[in-house]
Design a protein around this ligand. Structure first.
Ligand SMILES: O=C(O)CCC(=O)C(=O)O
Length: 495
């Protein structure tokens, strides 16, 4: 949903999560333990055994690798345009430079932030991590106690957090997500890969698969048509030629490794450094409701707080986020559907009114987004300036689609009080309307109908997506999506 998509440089309500969880690494009740790995890195400084030396070597080697990489200029050298002052202090005072770059990143919408400020944030993040690693290597070096004591007073992450690694991961992930890692993504990926290998044997919680209970079948008079896969390029091209309607293709993603692997939250931990990778989470009812915010939090906290409990006070949704760019291992679990390489007919006059269409660039490859959340996530009725195939990997979702010809009956919003163009989102709050109807609040329902008199007349189609279903949403079609269970979907946008 196009409106979610600006998270990258908008950490407005970003919160650092207290790093107190792994202090002793003792397994929680019901959690299993495996052979030691990271446990050694997190053991007390006096444990002077071989493993600790190995850990120390890794820290030093990572710090050196980062340093070596930073000494190699990137082809564009854009960062030079930030002036000499920040570059002179970047190695010694990366925090100061991060602060400056952060201000610049937030001075305009992400798309118009000059590349050199993004590069500066990226460089400063890596300098900071190199410094933290060196400091940490000294802390765990048993022979250098005097130095260690001195550093104890100055190393914010290592001394404040039980899990020092979490502090390093936070700097790296903020570096990637706020800057987009335009110059040195390979350095970030390399660090994560080596840290991942080092903690490969770490104890993980003994979680079982997400608890998914199949909802009752939807009896609808306006169902979205279903066709069974495989749905190759030619068959889909024919579908587009005939009427270019929404369609659910069943069974087309059965060959994705994700279909088996993503049901288990433990798998997600394994590919996120034991759940330490920071991911953006939308907290609140939906992106148009009061009190809604976006936060960066470790994957493990997200899973434990929002995905595993049967009921939570608030909803957390990892929504419209390219998790696959951040965590390439998960990218291997999905395949780009063939239909994304089809050639849709030219947009008709109604679809051409889709908000944002005139400014989107031609894509070389489809845009991937992950949508991971508990039961009850709601994506308000909106349009996107792309063709879309929404693939349901885990769990169930209710979807309702309105054609572009119904736009005037859906009451698009305008520019909001912060100056953000919300034309792609309907003013009708469908989930509120349904709960008013459900609670038989006739007066409130009447009031909604008076405010949006044409809404009830708008034509729509609807369905429940289940595991293995892929929904094609044609360009300009409005869609409302609500999860009926814990759910993990991947959307592919193309044009
Ligand atoms: O799954 C959702 O919550 C929304 C998906 C969506 O809006 C999209 O794929 O464009």
């Amino acid at each position: 949903m196009y409106t979610h998509g600006t998270f990258v440089a908008q950490d407005t309500d970003e919160k650092s999560v207290p790093h107190d969880r792994d202090d002793d690494q003792s397994a929680l009740p019901g959690q299993k333990r495996k052979a030691s790995g990271v446990l050694v890195m997190q053991s007390h400084d006096d444990d002077n055994d071989n493993n600790q030396h190995r850990a120390n070597e890794l820290l030093q080697s990572l710090a050196e690798q980062i340093q070596d990489a930073l000494n190699v200029a990137t082809p564009d050298e854009a960062v030079q345009q930030c002036g000499q002052a920040p570059l002179r202090i970047i190695a010694t005072h990366p925090d100061k430079v991060l602060e400056l770059a952060h201000t610049k990143l937030h001075a305009s919408p992400f798309q118009s932030v000059p590349l050199h400020w993004r590069r500066l944030f990226e460089e400063a993040s890596l300098h900071k991590v190199a410094k933290l690693l060196k400091d940490r290597a000294l802390r765990v070096h048993p022979e250098d106690r005097a130095k260690r004591r001195r550093i104890d007073n100055h190393t914010a992450v290592a001394s404040h957090s039980g899990d020092w690694l979490l502090g390093i991961v936070e700097v790296l992930d903020r570096g990637i997500s706020l800057s987009g890692a335009p110059g040195r993504k390979y350095v970030f990926d390399g660090i994560f890969e080596q840290l991942g290998e080092h903690i490969a044997n770490e104890a993980t919680p003994d979680w079982t698969c997400f608890r998914i209970i199949k909802p009752p079948d939807l009896k609808s008079t306006h169902p979205i048509i279903r066709k069974s896969g495989p749905f190759d390029h030619e068959t889909f091209q024919e579908h587009l030629r005939i009427d270019c309607q929404p369609v659910i293709i069943t069974g087309a993603i059965e060959n994705w490794p994700a279909r088996q692997l993503w049901e288990n939250p433990e798998y997600l931990l394994r590919h996120t450094l034991g759940g330490r990778r920071f991911v953006p989470v939308e907290v609140g009812e939906s992106y148009v409701s009061d009190g809604w915010s976006q936060r960066m939090m470790p994957m493990r906290d997200f899973v434990e707080t929002y995905l595993l409990p049967d009921d939570t006070a608030e909803t957390g949704y990892l929504a419209q986020y390219d998790l696959f760019a951040q965590i390439p291992a998960l990218r291997h679990d999905v395949r780009i559907p063939d239909i994304c390489y089809s050639d849709p007919p030219p947009a008709n006059a109604d679809a051409l009114r889709t908000a944002g269409l005139s400014t989107v660039e031609q894509l070389d490859e489809p845009l991937l987004n992950a949508w991971l959340g508990p039961k009850g996530t709601k994506t308000p009725l909106h349009t996107d300036p792309y063709h879309n195939v929404l693939c349901q990997v885990v769990g169930y979702k209710y979807v309702r689609l309105y054609p572009p010809s119904e736009t005037d009956r859906l009451y698009p919003r305008g520019v909001d009080e912060k100056g953000i163009n919300m034309e792609n989102t309907s003013r009708v709050d469908m989930s509120r309307l349904w709960s008013l109807v459900h609670d038989s609040l006739a007066e409130e329902v009447d009031q909604e109908n008076r405010e949006f008199p044409l809404f009830q007349e708008a034509r729509f189609v609807e369905a429940v997506l289940g595991p293995g279903d892929s929904l094609y949403v044609p360009l300009g079609w409005w869609h409302y999506v609500e999860s009926l269970t814990t759910s993990f979907s991947v959307s592919f946008w193309w044009n």
